[in-house]
Design a protein around this ligand. Structure first.
Ligand SMILES: Cc1cc2nc3c(=O)[nH]c(=O)nc-3n(C[C@H](O)[C@H](O)[C@H](O)COP(=O)(O)OP(=O)(O)OC[C@H]3O[C@@H](n4cnc5c(N)ncnc54)[C@H](O)[C@@H]3O)c2cc1C
Length: 321
């Protein structure tokens, strides 16, 4: 089932859970065990993030440098297949522009079609380690809006096209597409208005819904939704939440994601200091408060950036859904 259908059919807010593929070396059994606590809540779907290959440079004996591919994580498609082999749940792989040509992306779409996956979150991806700005791969897409267009142009693999009348394939929307939105502005955008204009390009290109970057003050989300509606964006906007779990994140998250942490939460986390349990509980309680308020205000779903950690997320799910 497509996420757009789930959203249309739902009568109340439901949780949407995002996991990160495991590092290489972990087994399929370990992956499935790590998500088992989430499955007790019968999630409608699971998002799986995508991670670009990196390169490292090694100095050779003659002083020259050689380039080596570093693939730290199992691919999102493999993780989706592993989840589908055990659980009856929709999977939503993320697909990024960075690191792939248009042909390579089309071949990934063939793989998803083969697995019967018809949901995708389309993203540009970040710059590679050491790069100041995102550099598109030669022959690849520069912005997520172009990737959305590319996915919408997809007409199915050659096999699919042989099996179905071309006419049906053209009328068919193979994939339901989600895209990212930034209530506090994407860090590269000159201002929120321009960023929302760029977000609208993704929707005009065919995105079915938006998932927001994490935020810690719900007012930021409500204002963002209002601005989007005024700009003519009418698709569902799913709020993204992440509970803080350590005091250090008060410094690291704003740096990494270009967002604000409210004074009250900053103060509470600083007070918790080195008391790990207190910091964890403070972050969890704040997230519960945010989640309950969002549900009261009629959001269609709440997306959780779980980072593969289940204890705080399951506590939040128990309290809120
Ligand atoms: C819900 C969610 C899930 C994510 N999952 C992943 C993941 O799995 N893997 C991963 O690597 N990253 C992920 N990210 C991070 C994301 O890849 C980065 O935030 C990235 O920097 C931007 O991606 P985007 O798709 O929003 O880019 P875009 O929508 O392409 O926007 C990037 C920047 O370009 C600007 N822009 C857009 N279009 C144009 C245009 N036509 N002309 C000029 N400027 C333009 C925008 O305003 C913005 O500043 C996720 C983010 C979110 C919100």
């Amino acid at each position: 089932m497509k996420v757009s259908e789930i959203l249309t059919q739902s009568t109340k807010a439901f949780p949407s859970l995002e996991i990160v593929p495991p590092l290489r070396g972990l087994t399929k059994k370990e992956l499935l065990e790590s998500i088992a606590p989430f499955m007790e809540f019968s999630p409608r779907y699971i998002n799986v993030t995508s991670h670009r290959d990196e390169f490292e440079y090694k100095e050779e004996a003659d002083g020259s440098f050689s380039r080596h591919l570093v693939r730290n994580r199992i691919s999102e498609t493999t993780v989706c297949a592993a989840i589908m082999s055990r659980y009856d749940v929709e999977v939503v792989p993320h697909l990024i522009c960075g690191g792939s040509t248009k042909e390579e992306i089309e071949s990934r779409l063939d793989n998803l079609e083969f697995l019967g996956i018809n949901n995708i979150v389309a993203l540009r991806g970040d710059s590679m380690t050491g790069e100041k700005r995102f550099t598109p791969t030669p022959g690849g897409y520069s912005y997520a809006s172009e990737l959305v267009e590319g996915i919408r142009r997809y007409q199915g693999s050659a096999v699919y096209q042989r099996q179905r009348k071309m006419e049906d394939a053209i009328n068919d929307r193979f994939f339901c597409i989600g895209v990212g939105g930034y209530p506090e502005k994407h860090f590269e955008a000159p201002n929120i208005e321009t960023d929302i204009e760029n977000l609208k390009k993704k929707v005009d290109a065919g995105a079915d819904y938006i998932i927001t970057q994490m935020f810690f003050d719900n007012k930021v989300y409500y204002d963002f939704v209002e601005r989007c509606r005024k700009a003519g964006i009418d698709v569902p906007i799913i709020p993204g939440l992440k509970p803080l779990s350590t005091s250090r994140q008060v410094t690291t998250l704003p740096e990494a994601f270009s967002l604000d942490i409210p004074v009250e939460l900053t103060k509470a986390m600083k007070e918790a200091g080195d008391d790990k349990d207190k910091a964890y509980q403070t972050g969890t309680e704040w997230c519960i408060m945010q989640c309950k308020d969002l549900i009261r205000n009629g959001v269609p779903a709440v997306h959780f950036y779980t980072m593969g950690k289940s204890r705080n997320i399951t506590e939040i799910l128990k309290e809120c859904f």
